[in-house]
Design a protein around this ligand. Structure first.
Ligand code: ADP
Ligand code: ZN
Length: 732
């Protein structure tokens, strides 16, 4: 008798056993989606293990059980959703992140694909008949037939539009046997209507060729460390082309893909229809179609954000992780995997190449390269003899003394922008805070208006004259009286993108400024539209948040300004310095990418901070090595493994109590270093009280074992939510 263990999406971390009726056994495969009955309902689940028992074995097992094993109802889809390698990957994630296997399986397939009513879009397609009947046609019918025959057929709707006719007329032609009308699946193409220019491979320079060679021969993951503008993308493209020639496929992970339409287009431009794009801004239909194009092998190159690491590419030859240091590769809900690490594991399971590329590698990857776990390919120079931009530090402390307040724009930066306007060149300005001003403060008592559900101040948004909470999205009007002292006047302190835009326009009324932040980009394609406008030089200045920091390649940009580097330096996070270096280097990298040299101004009150000083010298290795020494001393990653346990409850009491209880219990675990239980920096979010506990150990397995023990020993009572964030990168 054949049995199968099935993962049903209940997040119980439990597999259910079903028997397989004889008519299904031949077709059953691991990784398939099955229909089974559960609690008298029909549900679907993935087949994870199939095995055979003799009649006697089965009977003996049944005797020891208090319940009867039910047969599966059927196979929902014969093509498996998971290959053996991806299944192995998912199991690894479940173990590594201490997450239920069902949740991990679910994370590996787009929801749009699993919806019970998901299917291809089917439309009517009209084609000229192979051997058209010789029948009498009216003049108009003959004309229509000739047109259809000339274009070789098309979608009913399109033909009607193109030839100004009706479906009835086309059907009349079909009845006469001149054309056929049939239902066909029409691809929902995420790049439809977006201009994609075909490109040919560029001639690589010597540094690029050496890097490509390292990738081709490496028996380990390769860290491709190339400064901004060194032509890393071209290296990826050519490495992928080599795989395609060998009949193998490739996956390219890019950060927050909706923000990097240029990158997507570069891949589509080189590989055309063989590229599938997977990202969150797609419609369900587009995602369904793209995923099936991958599964059926019609698309061989997948470009997408972190979840694309699971794409069902068969005979995978290469996984590229572009901007491997990027925080968006870490999923911040269960399973809390980092796609960069998952990519490395997939490479191991599939025996394929892995390339991690960045101008500013994570210290984790840098250390792996130093230890020889990864091969290192360095491209220390920009292409075509272009130089890295010259970086100037502007000391905000000095400026403040001169002006009497912290200026939004130093005079030097304003002069530089004015100079670009005169020369017809473009400027990118970076400020990591959206909205008009940071907070709304009572002029009398200094009370800051804060969200009642989250322990954060509201941010003032000028466009709709309201206060918004950037944690929960809630909003309110600016109050008429201070809730603390009753005074009627407020000041708006701190600077957001909206206010910086207003200030810039005040100084330079003629400048054409585009703003790019979460508020200006909520529509579909709005990122793409803003960037296209900027590329077409319809604006002089692009002012934006984090989302303009990476990946953009605008040849006419010769100036980059960082309005305030302090915000990032002062984050309460042991990676603040690393992040600041990455941010400054990436933003600076947007300047002077073509023939014209670039210049960068960084406004900061801490020009001597190592991250700032090193960024000004473009000295990644110097910065990274010094920073690593400090991490080793403090037993911090990459020299230790770290996980952050979160405790959330509507009752502060409960969250605090359980955090302390776990801390005390875990204290005794051998090899585990347990931090102080404490309130999270963001103490309250969306009405939940939050506490946290930091766990460290030389190996993640130690943390995972201890965690499994404690959650089994002291399961969370109702009202409390406990979660473990392995390799946490956010400590708020
Ligand atoms: P990176 O990804 O390292 O920032 P890109 O791949 O975007 O760099 O390359 C920067 C620019 O240089 C792009 O416009 C690209 O087309 C161009 N480029 C890349 N390689 C070459 C080459 N070998 N010769 C000429 N131009 C190149
Ligand atoms: Zn809130």
């Amino acid at each position: 008798m054949v049995f199968v263990s099935v993962a049903i999406d209940l997040a119980l971390d439990w597999l259910f056993t079903y028997s397989v009726p004889a008519e299904c056994t031949g077709k059953l495969r691991v990784g398939q989606l099955l229909r089974v009955s559960f609690s008298r309902r029909e549900v679907r689940g993935f087949a994870l293990r199939v095995w055979t028992e003799t009649e006697e074995e089965a009977a003996a097992a049944a005797a020891g059980r208090s319940y009867a094993i039910k047969p599966i109802l059927g196979i929902a889809d014969e093509a498996p959703f998971f290959s053996a390698a991806v299944l192995q990957l998912v199991k690894w994630i479940a173990a590594y992140t201490c997450s239920p296997i069902e949740t991990c399986l679910k994370a590996a397939v787009p929801a749009a694909v699993l919806k019970p009513n998901a299917r291809p879009r089917e439309l009517l397609f009209v084609e000229p008949a192979l051997s058209p009947e010789r029948v009498a046609l009216t003049k108009r019918q003959q004309e229509l037939y000739d047109n259809v025959a000339r274009v070789g057929g098309g979608w009913m709707q399109q033909l009607c539009r193109e030839f100004k006719t009706t479906p009835a007329s086309l059907r009349a032609l079909a009845e006469k046997g001149c054309v056929t009308v049939a239902v066909r699946a029409k691809r929902r193409d995420p790049l439809a209507g977006r201009a994609v220019m075909p490109t040919a491979p560029l001639e690589l320079n010597a540094l690029q060729r050496a890097a490509l060679e390292t990738i081709s021969v490496a028996d380990r993951p390769v860290l491709l460390h190339g400064v901004t503008g060194s032509g890393k993308t071209e290296i990826y493209l050519q490495a992928i082309a080599r795989e395609l020639e060998q009949g193998r496929g490739a996956i390219v992970l890019v950060p927050e893909i909706a923000l990097t339409p240029q990158t997507v287009r570069r891949f589509a431009g080189r590989f055309g229809d063989r590229v599938a794009v997977l990202h969150s801004a797609l419609s369900d239909g587009e995602r369904y179609d793209e995923w099936h194009r991958i599964r059926t092998g019609r698309a061989r190159v997948v470009v997408g954000p972190r979840s694309a690491v699971f794409a069902p590419v068969e005979n995978l030859g290469l996984v590229v992780v572009d901007e491997e240091h990027d925080g968006s590769y870490k999923q911040d809900e269960t399973p809390r995997y980092n796609a960069r690490d998952v990519a490395v594991m997939r490479g191991r399971f599939e025996r394929c190449k892995v390339v991690l590329g960045s101008a500013t590698p994570s210290l984790e990857s840098w250390l792996n390269a130093k230890k020889g776990k990864y091969a290192l390919a360095s491209v220390p120079e920009r292409v075509a003899g272009r130089s890295l931009p010259e970086v100037h530090l502007l000391d905000l402390a000095e400026e403040t003394a001169a002006y009497g307040h912290v200026p939004i724009f130093s005079k030097f930066l304003l002069d530089a922008i004015a100079e670009r306007l005169k020369r017809g060149e473009q400027t990118i300005l970076f400020l990591n805070r959206r909205g008009y001003a940071r907070i709304c403060e009572c002029k009398e008592c200094g009370h800051a208006i804060a969200c009642p559900d989250c322990s954060t101040s509201y941010t003032y948004h000028q466009a709709d004259d309201c206060l918004r909470c950037h944690v929960c999205g809630g909003w309110t009007r600016v109050p008429t009286r201070c809730p603390a002292c009753g005074a009627r006047e407020f000041s708006f302190v701190g600077i957001g993108t909206q206010r910086a835009e207003a200030a810039l326009l005040k100084c330079m009324p003629h400048a054409r400024v585009l703003r790019m932040d979460a508020d200006s980009t909520s529509r579909k394609h709005s990122h793409d539209d803003i960037l296209s406008q900027f590329r077409a030089r319809k604006a002089d200045v692009l002012l934006g948040t984090q989302m303009i920091a990476k990946g953009l390649d605008f040849p006419n940009v010769t100036l980059v300004g960082v309005l305030n580097a302090d915000a990032s330096l002062n984050m309460p996070d042991f990676r603040a310095s690393e992040r600041t270096y990455q941010l400054l280097a990436q933003v600076s990298g947007r300047a002077g990418r073509a023939e014209k040299p670039g210049e960068v101004f960084i406004q900061t009150s801490q020009p001597d901070a190592p991250a700032v000083a090193a960024a000004a010298r473009s000295d990644y290795a110097g910065f990274a090595d010094a920073e690593l020494a400090g991490r080793e001393e403090d037993f911090l990653p990459p020299y230790s493994k770290l996980a952050l346990a979160h405790f959330k409850s509507q009752s502060d009491e409960q969250a605090r109590g359980w955090c302390a209880l776990y801390a005390a219990a875990l204290e005794k675990w051998p090899g585990l270093s347990v931090g102080e239980p404490m309130p999270s920096p963001l103490e309250r979010a969306e009405g939940w009280f939050r506490h946290q506990l930091l766990l460290r150990a030389p190996k993640m397995a130690t943390i995972a074992e201890a965690w499994k023990w404690i959650v089994a020993e002291r399961p969370a009572p109702s009202g409390l939510r406990v979660a473990l964030d392995v390799d946490a990168i956010s400590f708020t």
